[in-house]
Design a protein around this ligand. Structure first.
Ligand SMILES: [Zn+2]
Length: 1020
């Protein structure tokens, strides 16, 4: 078995190195259908005897009539048959319209009547704002009509009407940036308008999904007839399908090959291109890029500097030069002592700097020590700006805390009670989205919720009433979960036989195999057979099926990341234990961890390796993190062993022999799903903390450097690939964000950035490199703070950065959570957590972020009041309360290139303050001492690594977005002065608002309308 596996791995590596664009082992399942990534798909109805949504979203249709009919068809097998009679139509759940950039519908239709006015589908918030498609004509002329209308405007597209008693494929493509509305019939463009000026948010109610109606087979107008037709494979996309994509869907269906033939994503939907040999931005002025020399030790790929100091023409003081180095897939180059060279490239130029790599015998390296620790959330309180206005931090915190306080814990317990067959309290309402009855991820929101209410409790000590509310919620949640967990694998009065051994769980009653059926009728609730300690919002089958090789998908033989969901639940329970000491919370976590240990410790290594390499099904969040934490809390070795059972061997170590992998600085994560893997890295650093095994530190440290230098968008997000075609994946090759990134439908999955910040925070406690906190600040201000709706806690999933994008916010009332809605309630209840750190020996205080706040360092009888309107001003004042000796370490941000002045008690200090370092002030402090920090903001451009003219504009740490009047497909062009870009930039009187060439720029975190984060800059 082992050797077969090795050969397969070898074959795979060979295959990959021949330039294939996808990781087969990572991309199984329903990820890519007809060349289109699943993140683009809202819903898919195949109508094979049911009206279920086959995408992961579970937007199952509702049939409005009395009995639904299917017919056996020669071409497609079982198909849906709509009769045209009253109420014989379907509705898509209204939640489905969230987060749409554009939209497309693809379906096969077999009309059975010529009657005019039949509606294929009609979507909208009311009869005046809607999208309607009538393929058989509105009048007797039989012309195919498609329209989009708002109260003010209307766009009509016409095509030749469909023939009856014959199958036709139609695709309706609404491309908002391109202002086009197209009808494709049988793979041919049959009608198009290029003057579409209506936005989707005029058609749909984005704040209140329930107001939207999504009908298939019926118009909103009761006078119009219902559809009399057969339907097959109806798909709803949140992107504009390209011609190629329409072609793939049509051709594959015609060939009967379905998706299989095109699982490898084609590169589609190209952005504007630029000549590869044309130097852009500062590179146009480059005259020299020096060669470099780096050292490494045997086995470890060198860490090559991403930026090198270059020489520019004349007096030009340009930035460091981005060099793209080839990225090996193994460590063969460094297996012996010696030297070799690597040739890099500078995009758009012929500069080819050489890195001489010296490979040496391994040195004895001392293990990094965790010298610092965070303050508890109740020790740091956010304060208003100097003039009393609320900061963005306070605004966002309060949106979340207020809404969290109003949530009903019974909603978050609903699916747990459902799984255990227990009655619901009369007022209990289930959550929607990924926690609905049949969604295989149900319970995940509950885990995030436990963490969020624990943090909200800890962080709201400024309001005792609010704190009491969160305390009661925690207590109620934990007591209920505890009582349910006690039922598992125990004798029950009604069920004398039971199974307490987690490895001996039988099939569900009346079933002949394990399945993931969570429907009201199909779910098993025989908790007495689930093994001792079991807790989840679904029965144990998904865990067992994953061991048996189940992949990801919506069908009953498939699963959706059972350990991912479990990690959220365990993390939440452990957080509540750590904040309040609630012993029952710890007991529930221990019981389930024992269950996991018992099962996984009996599974062969090969099986585990395959499980954790399975796309999404094997996504386990940070199970390794929770297990390592539990080991620290309990000292029970089993949990450390369990943490190691979650090693993602291929990514961490390359193979089972631990030949290379991230531990040896090999990039093994290109093209993988970002948020599947980042939490595993967070787990790795936690495992290092618990075990002191240096490989786990190296994995985290190497990953961070690569993620930030080779994969990052300017807002701090790292996910969003056009190749492979998945908005949630890392790009196929490092440092090719322009070539392979900027996926349609958005990039920058927000939960991935939540996890990047968590990783960064933890790494900094070991290694006080300022670049870590530079990244933290970037991601916090420009993604996390920017991901929340203006007036409520609605928040982003993907954050699109293509030209003139708009943010979409979901879950404003906390009633239906995606992954990112889950991490959002965590992010915004701990916004204060990284402003200050202290050394574990209490001798040093770190000032990392310039945020109006108070630090109450109770153990040291010391407090700091930070008074500032940052970033609306570029200075801050720290006032000390307390007496004694203390080293205060202050971050000098890398963007502070115009100087960083420190004054103590009004006196300017002579201190070295190099951007991108920490400076130290050692003294005996006394109450009333003040430290004033002045750090004039500068404008700077942050280019995409492989296309330098496509860049973002920053002012100090703040990303500025160009406000756009309407959607667009190309990058907005702007020229700036090469010697001083600020000379073209005017202020408009408002803080952090600027005008360039008539275009208004505002902080990205304050941009709620269409905006461009990346522009096409030219330097004159
Ligand atoms: Zn997410």
């Amino acid at each position: 078995m082992k050797s077969i596996f090795k050969n397969l791995t070898l074959l795979l590596i060979i295959w990959l190195s021949f330039g294939m664009t996808n990781h087969a082992h990572a991309q199984d399942g329903d990820q890519i259908l007809d060349g289109i990534g699943e993140t683009a798909l809202i819903a898919r109805y195949t109508f094979k005897g049911n009206i279920r949504d086959w995408s992961r979203n579970n937007f199952h249709l509702n049939f409005q009539g009395s009995s639904i009919k299917y017919e056996e068809d020669e071409k497609f097998g079982e198909v849906l048959a709509l009769s045209g009679v009253t109420n014989d139509y379907l509705t898509i759940p209204s939640d489905a319209i969230a987060d749409m950039e554009s939209m497309s519908i693809s379906t096969w239709i077999y009309p059975r009547s010529k009657q005019a006015g039949q509606t294929l589908f009609e979507f909208g918030k009311n009869p005046k704002n809607k999208l309607a498609v009538s393929p058989l004509g509105l009048m007797e002329d039989g012309v195919f009509h498609a329209s989009l209308q708002s109260e003010e405007k209307q766009t009509q597209v016409k095509a030749i009407g469909l023939p009856i008693n014959k199958w036709s494929h139609i695709a309706i493509v609404i491309n908002i940036p391109a202002k086009s509305y197209a009808i494709y019939i049988n793979n041919k463009l049959a009608g198009e308008s290029k003057e579409l000026s209506i936005e989707l948010d005029q058609i749909f109610d984005q704040d209140d999904n329930e107001k939207n109606l999504l009908n298939i087979g019926k118009s909103f107008d009761p006078a119009l007839p219902n559809l009399n037709a057969l339907l097959h494979d109806f798909r709803f996309y949140r992107i504009a399908l390209s011609e190629n994509q329409v072609n793939s869907i049509f051709e594959n269906a015609a060939k009967g090959t379905s998706q299989e033939g095109t699982r490898i994503a084609k590169k589609i939907d190209e952005l504007p291109t630029f000549p590869a040999s044309h130097p852009q931005l500062y590179n146009e002025y480059l005259i020299e890029v020096p060669d470099i020399e780096v050292e490494t030790s045997i086995g470890n790929l060198p860490r090559l500097p991403s930026m090198i100091e270059g020489k520019y023409k004349g007096q030009l003081n340009g930035p460091k030069v981005k060099v793209i180095w080839p990225a090996d897939r193994d460590n063969n180059a460094v297996l012996q002592v010696g030297t070799y060279t690597i040739t890099g490239k500078v995009p758009g130029t012929s500069f080819a700097p050489i890195a001489k790599v010296v490979v040496k015998e391994p040195k004895d390296i001392s293990n990094p020590i965790r010298r610092l620790t965070s303050f508890a959330l109740n020790q740091v309180t956010l304060q208003t700006d100097k003039d009393g206005t609320e900061t963005k931090f306070i605004e966002n915190r309060d949106k979340f805390i207020t809404t969290l306080a109003e949530t009903d814990p019974d909603s978050f317990l609903y699916m747990f009670r459902n799984a255990f067959g227990q009655p619901q309290p009369s007022t209990a309402k289930p959550l929607g989205v990924w926690d609905s009855q049949e969604t295989k991820l149900r319970g995940h929101a509950t885990g995030h919720y436990l963490t969020a209410i624990a943090q909200a409790y800890a962080g709201s000590s400024y309001d005792k009433e609010l704190q009491a509310i969160f305390f009661r919620k925690m207590d109620y949640m934990v007591n209920t979960l505890y009582d349910l967990a006690q039922l598992s694998g125990n004798k029950h009065p009604d069920h004398p036989t039971f199974e307490s051994d987690p490895t001996a769980i039988p099939y569900g009653p009346g079933k002949s195999k394990f399945d993931s059926d969570l429907s009201q009728e199909g779910i098993r609730t025989d908790f007495w057979n689930w093994g001792k300690g079991y807790i989840s919002a679904y029965p144990p089958d998904q865990f067992i099926m994953l061991e048996q090789g189940a992949n990801y998908g919506g069908q009953q033989h498939q699963v959706w990341a059972p350990y991912y969901t479990l990690h959220k639940i365990l993390a939440g329970l452990i957080d509540i234990y750590e904040v309040t000491g609630n012993k029952k919370a710890l007991d529930v976590a221990i019981g389930m961890s024992d269950w996991v240990y018992t099962r996984l410790s009996q599974i062969p290594n090969e099986t585990l390796v395959n499980m954790w390499s399975t796309y999404i099904a094997g996504e386990y969040g940070g199970m390794n993190e929770s297990m390592a934490k539990l080991y620290r809390i309990t000292a029970n070795e089993n949990y450390m062993m369990t943490a190691k059972l979650f090693d993602n061997v291929r990514m961490f170590f390359g193979d089972e022999q631990h030949s290379h992998g991230l531990a040896k600085n090999v990039d093994t994560f290109r093209s993988l799903h970002a948020n599947q893997h980042i939490p595993q890295i967070v787990g790795s650093i936690e495992m290092y903390r618990a075990s002191s095994e240096p490989e786990y530190f190296q994995i985290a440290d190497n990953f961070w450097y690569k993620a930030v230098n080779d994969y990052m968008y300017s807002i701090g997000g790292v996910a969003g690939a056009r190749n492979p075609a998945n908005a949630e994946c890392f790009i196929a090759e490092p440092s090719t964000l322009f070539e392979n990134g900027f996926s349609t439908g958005g990039q920058n999955e927000t939960c991935a950035t939540y996890n990047m910040l968590k990783l960064t925070n933890e790494l900094f406690l070991f290694d006080q490199r300022a670049e870590l906190m530079d990244y933290y600040e970037r991601g916090l201000y420009n993604h996390i703070l920017a991901s929340v709706a203006k007036d409520n806690p609605g928040n982003t999933y993907h954050v699109p950065l293509r030209p003139a994008s708009i943010k979409h916010f979901g879950n404003p009332r906390m009633t239906g959570f995606t992954c990112c809605n889950g991490t959002a309630i965590e992010s915004s209840t701990k916004l204060q957590n990284a402003i200050y750190f202290k050394s574990i020996d209490n001798k040093e205080l770190y000032i990392n972020l310039f945020v109006a706040s108070t630090l109450d360092w109770t153990e040291q009888n010391f407090s700091i009041e930070q008074s500032t309107s940052f970033p609306k001003e570029d200075q801050t004042l720290l006032t000390v309360k307390g007496n004694g000796k203390l080293d205060i370490k202050i971050r000098v941000p890398s963007w502070a290139t115009k100087g960083f002045k420190v004054s103590i008690n009004g006196k300017l200090q002579k201190l070295e303050s190099k951007p991108g370092t920490y400076l130290t002030i050692s003294r005996k402090w006394k109450t009333g001492d003040t430290i004033k920090l002045e750090m004039p903001f500068q404008f700077h451009l942050d280019p995409v690594m492989d296309q330098q003219n496509i860049a973002s504009l920053f002012y100090g740490p703040i990303l500025l977005a160009a406000q756009e009047p309407e959607a667009r497909t190309d990058w907005r062009k702007l020229s700036l002065d090469a010697s001083d870009i600020s000379s073209n930039i005017e202020t408009n009187g408002n803080p952090l608002e600027f005008v360039i060439d008539g275009v208004l720029f505002k902080p990205f975190y304050d941009s709620y309308e269409r905006h461009s984060v990346y522009l096409d800059f030219n330097l004159k």
